[in-house]
Design a protein around this ligand. Structure first.
Ligand code: NAD
Ligand code: WQD
Length: 338
């Protein structure tokens, strides 16, 4: 069974490719290397003992996608490829709409024409905005995200639902909370490009001395320690959820399926809890200073992931400390590669 993984050299994609290979799937990757590097392909092979087929092209190039689909019989697709930087999406909204939506539409057009089903989409908890109650389950009303990035995820979900309904396809929307950590082999992880916006990459670079101090964005939130709360999910647990979701889709007998799952741990951690967990896990110090709130940030978001547990038989069970240990190992690997 052959699965097309778009963005398969990226952070979450590369971990998922390893899990797919470990579960006996053949994998064809498309990645334009806009936010990844070619050495990840070799590292996937080292970790999984098997090399996926790799096509380095931009999914906006529909003619290249056609060639790939002429050459391989594809049984399903996990679509990770997208631009994902929230701040950048505010500066370059049209680039985000173009990349994230045109890539998606090209895939769906081709799948419609070639009768390919079993489509899994990387969505995000950002589609919920600041929810009225916690934890957030899948029936929580969606709010229009503030960022153009977030809007591409919400629009993407709607496009995929219409595609499934009109063309009788099986699709799954996976709403990730905050992915963190790296592969236990320390051969795969998140590649730092520029100054990180996300908390864990910034904490890691501060511990490594690349950044002087972590800016903690606000300690006047209505939470126990005043800092904002998120649901940090270990990337390997997240990758495994994709395999579980794919297996379920492949087994479904109905021709039209629209599944939606939150992927989180079900536990919220504050910014300072993450900082202290990182320090404890790795016996390092993370200097920080308290700053004003970051505009657009919400106070709290954590998942009710019961639906994924009940229907996919999947649960995120890696601790925050363990995930943060792998992040530090990955940082050391990157340093010795330079
Ligand atoms: P990533 O940037 O590491 O991976 C995305 C990959 O897609 C990159 O390797 C990039 O080179 C590739 N890509 C981008 N546009 C492309 C195009 N037009 N054609 C071909 N390849 C293209 O990001 P990630 O963190 O692994 O995220 C994967 C998916 O999960 C994204 O859709 C992202 O929006 C979503 N997501 C991520 C997070 C997170 O915090 N990391 C949270 C929720 C959802
Ligand atoms: C987490 C917490 C910050 C950096 C983003 C996207 C969302 C989703 C996940 C893709 C917040 C605080 C951060 C720093 C800090 N991605 N922080 N100092 O904002 O929950 O979500 O990633 O879909 O769409 O918006 O994640 O890691 O940026 O922040 O204090 O240097 O850490 O204020 O409370 P966020 P994050």
């Amino acid at each position: 069974m052959t699965i097309l993984v778009t963005g398969g050299l990226g952070y979450i994609g590369s971990h998922t490719v390893v899990e797919l290979l470990n579960n006996g799937f053949d994998v064809v990757i498309v990645d334009d290397l806009s936010n990844s590097e070619k050495f990840i392909l070799n590292n996937i092979e080292e970790v999984a003992g098997k090399k996926p087929v790799f096509y380095p092209f931009d999914l906006k190039r529909r003619e290249l996608l056609k060639q790939l689909l002429d050459a391989h019989k594809i049984d399903g697709c996990i679509h990770f490829a997208a631009y994902k930087a929230v701040g950048e999406s505010q500066e370059k909204p049209v680039d985000y709409y173009e990349n994230n939506l045109f890539s998606l539409i090209n895939l769906l057009q081709e799948f419609k024409e070639r009768n390919i089903s079993n489509f899994i989409f990387s969505s995000s908890c950002t589609v919920y905005g600041q929810a009225d109650k916690q934890p957030i389950d899948e029936d929580t009303p969606l709010k229009l995200p503030e960022s153009s990035y977030g809007k591409t995820k919400q629009m993407g979900e709607e496009i995929i639902k219409d595609f499934a309904t009109a063309h009788h396809k099986k699709v799954t929307l996976l709403r990730y909370f905050n992915p963190i950590g790296a592969h236990p082999s320390a051969k795969l992880g998140e590649l730092p490009i520029g100054i990180p916006n996300n908390l864990v990459p910034y904490v890691t670079q501060t511990a490594a001395g690349i950044r002087e101090k972590l800016n903690v964005w606000g300690n006047d939130y209505p939470t126990e320690d005043g800092t904002a709360i998120r649901d940090y999910i270990y990337v390997v647990d997240l990758a495994k959820a994709h395999v579980a979701a794919l297996k379920k889709l492949l087994k479904e007998e109905a021709d039209t399926v629209i599944d939606v799952y939150n992927l989180g741990t079900g536990k919220g951690s504050s910014v300072l809890e993450v900082v202290h967990a990182f320090e404890a896990a790795n016996s390092v110090e993370v200097p920080y200073q308290i700053c004003e709130r970051r505009p657009g940030d919400i106070t709290i978001a954590y998942a009710n992931a019961d639906k994924a547990e009940n229907e996919l038989g999947w649960k995120a069970d890696t601790s925050l400390e363990e995930a943060l240990r792998t992040t530090w190992q990955w940082q050391k690997y990157l340093e010795q590669r330079q």
